[in-house]
Design a protein around this ligand. Sequence first.
Ligand code: MLT
Length: 274
Amino acid sequence: MMTTPHDHSGAGPSIILLHGFPFNRSMWREQIEFLRARGHRVVASDLRGLGENVAQTSVCDEPSSDHRLKSVPPATMEEMARDVAALMDELKIESAVICGLSMGCYVAFEFIHLFPSRVNALVLCGPRAQGPDETEKASREAQALRVLAEGMDFAVESISAKLLAQHTLNEKPDVVSRVTEMVLNTDPRGAAAAQRGMAVRRDYSDDLTSISVPTLIIAGREDGVRTPEDAEFIQHGIKGSQLVVIDDAGHLMNMEQTEAFNHTLLDFLTCNQL
Ligand code: MLT
């Protein structure tokens, strides 16, 4: 079996970082360095079909373009969670803090559902628990077909405008260009597979009350795709969970407000002796 592409550094209690869509593990660059320097073992992997993890996406070379567009199967949140568990096995990590951002949170919800004893704590950044309705499913399929037909270019502008806070767009060109680069480097087949996987994800709302590990929820105040209500819904569902809202940050709050994000995360880890 092929190893999932990942970064792995440091020694100490383990934390696994799960990226959002359509991004890759490089979005955690500043967290990897920060946590490693503070005595943590940090693992960030590319989720199935994304980043350098394209080998796990089934590709059909059928000449008929109609068949080619339809032939990319979903990369499900469950498969992604099982990939994370397999990587932990390989790295001999029995349990860890699982930290996801957005799509990474869907994977984290699946992971704790499948492997509850392997989760020491959860960090949910820009999360949503509810499952997709028919409108969302149709929109994800339309996006999947469009990236397969046209590639990722068309998505760049709308992704930056929707996901990043105004402050980031105005003042942080380096963040904007890193986001652009991640989107453009995404394999369209992997993006389509992930869209189709998110379209068939479960509704995690009913799972919330059974989560008993320490949980931190982090929201960007200007997140254009996750409302504060999404975060509050999860906070009310998970007993004892803590919600922190970061100012001047959108959906990619760890890249947009790195210092505030890192210290929020470190405070949580320290207070819970993780
Ligand atoms: C993400 O950032 O991972 C996406 O916004 C997730 C989604 O499309 O639901």
